[in-house]
Design a protein around this ligand. Structure first.
Ligand SMILES: Cc1cc2nc3c(=O)[nH]c(=O)nc-3n(C[C@H](O)[C@H](O)[C@H](O)COP(=O)(O)O)c2cc1C
Length: 257
């Protein structure tokens, strides 16, 4: 099975690579043209994304809406990665896809290292993060075995999951999360104008002006990629200090191509 994904800091990319490799397919980022091509030619596809405040990333929602016709009658398996809890993480895309005529075959929730770099409370030890990845890998490989036999897990798809996601977090954070898309902070005393943040930004919300990074609010998908890649830790979003930059490759060797 081929897969398409959005991944801010590498977790979802890795999970999708493990699943597609184990089911004989390939994974493509929705930021590349390959994703559209593989979506066009595949009868069955997996879609993966991280959970942000029990919600689907804006960039993923836009991708589905903009290419709704390509999902019509397609069999779609949904993967949602998260640091701790999402309730109906899979259900978020599933309901949207079903609205556009897709057949959702199932879904998988996977716990991965938390990518929020500027909240100390969320930080785990290297060992804990490595263990999370090993557990995730096993879960995905078992899922792939099931899929090959026509058995699909149904994480996050029930009404109970929907209620848990909505009332457990989404409603609570909705306004807060919307505000955050406009609140990226850049410490100009630390910014060296290297442009790494702008080059990484999936929503083109950053550019360099007079040797300093400038943030243009509106399209930010709050993926934390700029924050986690800034060499001088000059960017924050929820907190005011970067405690540990999180990228998947920090937690172990990549095992897939
Ligand atoms: C802004 C933001 C909000 C998040 N909210 C949640 C959440 O509500 N529940 C959760 O379990 N994880 C949450 N996370 C953690 C990510 O879902 C998790 O680290 C994910 O695996 C990141 O995937 P990626 O590396 O592919 O971007 C959040 C991360 C960010 C950046």
């Amino acid at each position: 099975m081929n897969g398409i994904y959005f991944s801010g800091t590498g977790n979802t990319k890795y999970c999708m690579e493990v699943l597609t490799k184990a089911t004989g397919g390939k994974a493509f980022s929705i930021e590349t043209r390959g994703a559209l091509e593989v979506l066009r030619i595949s009868d069955e596809i997996a879609i993966g994304y991280p959970i942000y405040f029990s919600d689907i990333p804006r960039i993923v929602k836009m991708f589905i809406v903009e290419h709704a016709d390509m999902f019509y009658r397609k069999r779609v398996f949904v993967i949602a990665t998260m640091g701790l809890f999402s309730g109906d993480g899979v259900g978020l895309a599933a309901r949207l896809l079903q609205k556009y005529g897709a057949v959702v075959t199932g879904g998988l929730h996977i716990r991965m290292p938390d990518c929020i770099a500027d909240v100390k409370l969320l930080k785990k030890t290297l060992e804990e993060n490595r263990t999370l990845i090993l557990v995730a890998e096993k879960k995905i490989e078992q899922t792939a075995d099931g899929i090959k036999r026509g058995i699909y897990p149904k994480d996050g798809l029930s009404l109970l999951h929907h209620i848990a996601g909505l009332f457990g977090q989404r409603l609570w954070f909705k306004r807060h999360a919307k505000k955050l898309t406009e609140q990226l902070k850049i410490r100009t005393d630390r910014c060296i104008g290297c442009g790494i943040c702008a080059a990484h930004c999936p929503s083109k919300s950053l550019h360099i002006e007079n040797n300093k990074a400038v943030f243009c609010p509106g399209n930010c998908t709050i993926c934390y990629r700029c924050i986690n890649n800034c060499p001088t830790k000059a960017i924050t979003l929820i907190g005011t200090d970067v405690f540990e930059q999180c990228r998947f490759e920090n937690y172990g060797e990549e095992k897939t191509t």
